[in-house]
Design a binder for this molecule. Structure first.
Ligand SMILES: *Cc1c(COP(=O)(O)O)cnc(C)c1O
Length: 389
């Protein structure tokens, strides 16, 4: 059987044509019509000026620098995230402070944040930035987060790497904080093979990020530099892929949601597999179909689910390992953590590619169901005959 992966690229009709245009016109570097068109289309979609970058991580890095994060500063991050949310904090010489997530969204807990900021304000030690992450295509609960950050004058950066297409009360994720970062990595809901986008409320900040992303070369022909920069710009070739992918984003969102709800329905009678919370305030893209395993009910642990799928050549993965459990961040401050730990311990991501066929998804479902039923029969033979308690 062909290996079934977690999340693979899914091209539309026009990506190859835009890439071909780049070749035909010889715009093969970091300037060109695809870049202009990709950025214009992205801005038309989210309503903020933007700059296309080589990675989402680069967008977070530049965003933190725009917000003035530097040596000795503190940045609040949810513990439950992917490492790329946090590495740029360290690159700038700042220190992440981790906060737990809430069960309703799996994202930064607004009540915990309010308590934390009030306590820090009382000792005059507010963090420089609060970084919000929208995990797996679901928005954090932004209104209370923005309100409490505004109250204490702390800037908000949104890591919307996993939330391209996600809405919060009708607003696109990534556009509510001062700066937002998106990813077009190969496993995300749309991809440029690798790529990212930075948006900011302030257009001048976007210009500055664009300048930094191209080695911060001062205007003029003589290579003169007054600021430190990076080589972070996306190429015009890859922007062509991005153009095509943006055209099909809504279809990709619809398909990812369909896949998640198909799993939910197919596991409903089994018990012990619960779809990730779907907060009522937004559009959750379900970029990945994530489920929580209740071992007592399912008859399998999270790792047994992953092993059963792997034995049938199907890739599945645990939920992100919380940052406060990472050896890299041993000794770092963390407030709460029990929710993140539970979601990590019991969470499993199933194959979720938008180009997965119905037959392929049924294969995943059949493997999980068979493994659960087999394990129950061994653990409690009577259960097979329906006479177990
Ligand atoms: C993918 C991802 C990133 C980084 O994006 P890249 O484009 O891979 O650099 C950052 N944060 C989160 C939460 C992600 O999932």
């Amino acid at each position: 059987m062909k290996r079934l992966y977690l999340s693979v690229p899914h091209m539309g009709e026009n990506e190859e044509r835009y890439v071909h245009e780049a070749f035909a016109s010889n715009w093969l570097s970091t300037v060109g019509p695809n870049l202009d068109a990709f950025e214009a289309a992205f801005t038309a979609r989210v309503g903020l000026p933007c700059v296309a970058l080589g990675t989402g991580t680069a967008a977070i890095h530049l965003g933190l620098r725009l917000l003035g994060v530097g040596e000795g500063d503190e940045v609040v991050c949810p513990s439950l995230t992917f490492i790329a949310s946090v590495n740029p904090v360290s690159w700038l010489g700042a220190r992440p402070v981790f906060l737990d997530s809430d069960r309703a969204s799996w994202n930064l807990d607004p009540n915990l944040l309010a308590d934390f900021l009030a306590k820090r304000a009382a000792v005059n030690r507010l963090p420089k930035v609060v970084e919000v992450v929208h995990l797996y295509g679901q928005s954090a609960d932004m209104d209370p987060i923005l309100e409490v950050c505004a109250r204490w004058g702390v800037a908000v950066l949104e890591d919307a790497a996993e939330a391209v297409g996600t809405l919060y009360k009708g607003r696109p994720c990534g556009t509510m904080g001062a700066v937002g970062a998106y990813s077009f990595n190969g496993n995300k809901i749309i991809t440029t093979t690798g790529g990212g986008m930075l948006v900011a409320q302030n257009p001048e900040w976007v210009s500055r990020a664009r300048f930094w992303s191209q080695q911060a070369r001062d205007p003029g022909v003589a290579y003169e530099h007054t600021q430190m920069g990076y080589n972070y710009r996306l190429s015009n070739v890859l922007a062509g892929i991005g153009r095509g992918q943006l055209e099909v984003l809504d279809q990709r969102v619809a398909r990812r949601r369909e896949i998640a709800f198909r799993y939910r329905d197919a596991f409903a009678d089994l018990g012990g597999l619960e779809l990730m919370a779907q907060a009522s305030y937004g559009l959750h893209t379900n970029w990945l179909s994530v489920f929580l395993v209740d071992e007592a009910k399912l008859g399998l642990s999270r790792d047994e689910v992953i092993r059963a799928l792997d034995a049938e050549n199907i890739e599945s993965r645990p939920v992100w390992k919380p940052m406060h459990l990472q050896p890299l961040f041993a000794g770092y401050e963390c407030h709460g953590g029990a929710v993140a730990e539970d979601l990590f311990r019991r969470g499993v991501c199933f194959p979720s590619s938008s180009n997965m066929t119905a037959t392929e998804q049924e294969r995943v479902i059949a493997v999980v169901r068979a493994a659960a039923l087999k394990s129950r029969a061994v653990r409690s033979p009577a259960a097979l005959h329906g006479s177990a308690p």
